[in-house]
Design a protein around this ligand. Structure first.
Ligand code: BJW
Ligand code: ZN
Length: 254
């Protein structure tokens, strides 16, 4: 990987780096992305039939079963070199803000702290009626197959249905995490946009905010996106190879 000396010096002088990740960062851990043609989670399902509050109202057992199948996959997965490179980068820059659209906890398990989860967490279900957090069943208890219906548990406090702790279409993003993410995109000197198709709003607007603020913006993706012509640099390739190389070259160990 080769960078211009100008780019390297601009990145090195950034006192605040923001990293914005999507499903592609966890793909090499074996977690399917949402929209990729071969393995996307929504290849055999209609997104709108699963990732909306209306779908859960209509058929809670189908939606809960699908999320429990995905939660089991997350629990069985391990962070990859991309997650680890981001955790390492946090030790090499004065300040790093990690913003993710992912509902898995692989960034945390790789050592990242204070991750801003814009679309919630799959391992933190809560009551759809009163909001009480529900302790997710132990991994040993869940091995549902894809597509198997599973009745969601009931809340111990009010009897309401427990729902996945994720943000569905039409729902608001967690306000504090969103505000912090916008602040970081506005104020950082370097912005890495990693493994996202950048089509889901408002999260996708963060990269536009960073570009407008004059930050150095680097997109890491195996494929092209509509941001290709707008960012400072495109690194075309798998995140688990590109991110460790980027960190080693721009922010080597002191
Ligand atoms: C690799 C790789 C490797 C692979 N290395 N790269 C403006 C216009 C039109 C609609 C809207 C709008 N603003 C808002 C909306 C509505 C909607 C929306 O955005 N719709 C779009 C589809 C257009 N947004 C919302 O509803 C949001 N809420 C909201 O706006 O609230 C205000 C409001 C309230 C009331 C009414 C209206 C508005 C909420 C969005 C919530 C999104 N939730 C999901 C599901 C979470 C639960 C779950 O996990 O099931 O979040 S959708 C899904 O997409 C998930 C993801 O986080 C999100 C982003 O996907 P991501 O990460 O980009 O994955 P992919 O698969 O798309 O891309 C993977 C990429 O990785 C690809 O580019 C690959 O090439 C790459 N890749 N392997 C590097 N190894
Ligand atoms: Zn309740």
């Amino acid at each position: 990987m080769r960078f211009s000396t100008d780019l390297i010096s601009r990145l090195r002088s950034a006192t605040h780096v923001a990293v914005f990740t999507g499903a592609g960062v966890s793909a090499e851990s074996g977690i399917p992305t949402f929209r990729d043609r071969q393995s996307g989670l929504w290849q055999n399902f209609d997104a709108q039939s699963l990732a909306t509050p209306e779908a859960f109202e209509r058929d809670p057992a189908f939606v809960w079963g699908w999320y429990e199948w995905r939660r089991a996959r997350v629990l069985a997965s391990q962070p990859n070199a991309a997650h680890r490179a981001i955790a390492l980068l946090a030790e090499r820059v004065p300040r790093l803000t990690l913003i993710t659209q992912n509902v898995d906890d692989l960034h945390e398990r790789a050592g990242s702290r204070e991750v801003l989860h814009l679309h919630g967490r799959i391992c933190s279900p809560y009551c759809s009626a009163c909001g009480l957090e529900y302790p997710a069943p132990q991994p040993a208890l869940l091995e549902p197959e894809r597509g198997r219906r599973l009745e969601p548990p009931r809340c111990g406090q009010c009897g309401g249905r427990v729902r996945p702790g994720v943000v569905w279409f039409g729902e608001s993003l967690p306000s504090l995490a969103w505000e912090q993410a916008v602040q970081a995109a506005r104020g950082c000197g370097g912005f890495l946009c990693v493994g996202t198709s950048s089509i889901v709003e408002p999260a996708a607007s963060l990269t536009r905010v960073a570009i407008a603020a004059g930050s150095v913006t680097i997109q890491v993706n195996i494929d092209s996106t509509w941001l290709d012509d707008l960012v400072t640099l495109n690194l075309r390739g798998p995140a688990a190879s590109m991110l460790p190389e980027l960190v080693a070259e721009v922010w080597p160990q002191a």
